[in-house]
Design a protein around this ligand. Structure first.
Ligand code: GLU
Length: 510
């Protein structure tokens, strides 16, 4: 690469971050780190009407949780700030005016209601929803249709106006995209987009080009939904800063609904019961909370691993990647063009794999919080870690740790008696009574000695140990689940184990 790699993630602070947004951030981050470049976060808040309180903080927290911190941002600082477009407002007008002077843009004086009237007036069978473009431009009130004097008078009178790009009527703009190759656009089909709004704020189209130039962005990677805007951006580059300085583009594939039918939306999450946002997002206006992967019990390592594989692979079939491995293996050329179907079962598989592979010490504190939220305080950290290690293979989400191991902290008050009763008899009761008196006197109460005592006594009493293990488990756990039963007894300790056996024997009426 000849120039320093500088990429940006440029979200608008309009709500929580959807999976697709985090994946865009991740691919930018991976590319930057792979090429020893810089990863910037730019807040694109030019549309003040869509500003949502808390959204910016949410974006920063999400990236922090994912472990993909920007090198430059409104929070991290950097030499190319400000990193919020609203704070750069004064820098954009001059470029819009430069374009007007060069004949590449024009002033347009319609008020919003006049635009509505226009749509009605120019509607025809082959143009059912007319847009503001070369076909109707000369019929509207703008500096192309008005005389110079009329235009100047309106400007002197401070008449409300916007600046629009004058899209060429008949040109082909070709974009070279790292994922899609060359993509051609016919300019006659594109509307004269607003560049500067009546309130003096730029639109996204102008701001993105000006900022990418001043922030020395070398590569612009963003979602496929921005591909139709790319020709407008290319023209702005050509007119303002020179196409040779333009970043290299890549438009990332959409993330699709599980059935492949259209783009995954936050509504699909509600409908199908899985998270679509990175973290819980509480909409400050509606008060509604949209579930996030973090609160569902995903590890950030698993979340980013799963996201990376939505639309990319390294070609070897390998699926489990740490962030560093992703940095090594990532290349934009291996990102697919086609949309990537989201599969929640697969997402959970990634989490399960990461839970199994990581040492419990890495996520113990998060799991502890889950216990505390459920009213179970943890005092003995070492024992807690042992318990987590014992059940981790059975957990898919971090919240599963609570369900899988709460019995270690709260003795059962109900038992799955139905599973025991059919084969329960006085001999078995007698076995457990003898077992209790036997273990009371043993000094070491570890899984191995518990098991050998248990099996030896079963032999003496002529009962198959296999027939005794299920009732033993029900006594300790309450139901037919959990890790190996002698391990459970060992971790419960002698007193608790004996109490649980006694309690059960009192409760079962045979
Ligand atoms: N502000 C745009 C967004 O919200 C950024 C598009 C781009 O990266 O150019 O997705």
């Amino acid at each position: 690469m000849d120039k320093r790699v500088r990429v940006r993630f440029a979200p608008s602070p309009t709500g929580g971050l959807h999976l697709g947004g985090v994946r865009t951030a991740l691919f930018n981050y991976l590319f930057a780190k792979k090429h020893q470049g810089d990863f910037l976060l730019r807040i694109e808040d030019t549309d003040q009407s869509r500003f949502v309180h808390g959204a910016e903080e949410y974006i920063f927290e999400t990236l922090r949780w994912c472990g993909i911190e920007p090198d430059e941002s409104a929070v991290h600082g950097g030499p190319h700030g400000p990193y919020r477009q609203s704070e750069r407002k004064s820098s954009y007008r001059q470029y819009a005016e430069q374009l007007v002077r060069a004949g590449k843009a024009y002033y347009a004086f319609e008020l919003p209601e006049e635009l509505e009237t226009m749509r009605g007036r120019f509607k025809t069978a082959d143009n059912p929803s007319p847009q503001y473009d070369h076909r109707i431009r000369m019929n509207m009130r703008n500096s192309c249709s008005l005389t110079l004097e009329e235009t100047e008078r309106l400007l002197d009178d401070d008449a409300p106006h916007v600046i629009r790009i004058k899209m060429p009527e008949n040109e082909t703009v070709v974009i070279s995209d790292l994922i899609r190759g060359e993509v051609s656009f016919h300019t006659g089909l594109i509307d004269d987009k607003v560049l500067l709004k009546a309130d003096g704020m730029p639109t996204y189209h102008l701001a993105v080009v000006v900022d990418d130039f001043f922030m020395k962005i070398s590569h612009a990677f963003r979602g496929e939904e921005w591909l139709p805007s790319a020709p407008v951006h290319v023209l702005l580059w050509r007119y303002l800063f020179g196409e040779e300085n333009m970043p290299q583009w890549a438009h990332l594939p959409l993330i699709l609904k599980p059935d492949g039918n259209g783009k995954l939306s936050k509504r699909d999450g509600d409908r199908l019961g899985f998270p679509v946002f990175a973290m819980d997002w509480k909409d400050p206006n509606s008060g509604e909370t949209i579930k996030g992967f973090r609160e569902r019990g995903f590890l950030p390592e698993a979340f980013i691993n799963m996201l990376a594989l939505l639309g990319w692979n390294d070609g070897t079939g390998k699926e489990i990647f740490s962030l560093n491995e992703l940095i090594d293996a990532f290349s934009m050329e291996r990102v697919h063009k086609a949309g990537a179907k989201f599969d929640y079962e697969k997402a959970k598989w990634f989490n399960h794999e990461w839970i199994r592979q990581m040492p419990v010490s890495a996520y113990k504190d998060v799991v502890k919080e889950i216990f505390v939220t459920n009213g179970v305080g943890i005092n003995d950290e070492a024992r807690f870690e042992k318990i987590l290690s014992l059940v981790k293979d059975r957990c898919t989400l971090l919240n599963d740790f609570y369900d899988e191991s709460r019995f270690f902290f709260e003795p059962p008050t109900q038992w799955d008696i139905e599973s025991v009763k059919p084969k329960w008899n006085p001999d078995k009761k007698n076995f457990f009574e003898s077992f209790v008196s036997q273990v009371e006197s043993i000094s070491s109460f570890d899984p191995v000695s518990i098991e050998s005592n248990f099996k030896q006594l079963a032999g003496e009493k002529n009962i198959k140990p296999g027939e005794l293990q299920l009732p033993f488990r029900i006594m300790l756990v309450g139901e037919k689940k959990g890790p190996p039963v002698f391990e459970i007894a060992g971790l419960l300790g002698k007193t608790d184990t004996i109490n649980r056996i006694r309690h059960f024997l009192d409760a079962i009426s045979v």
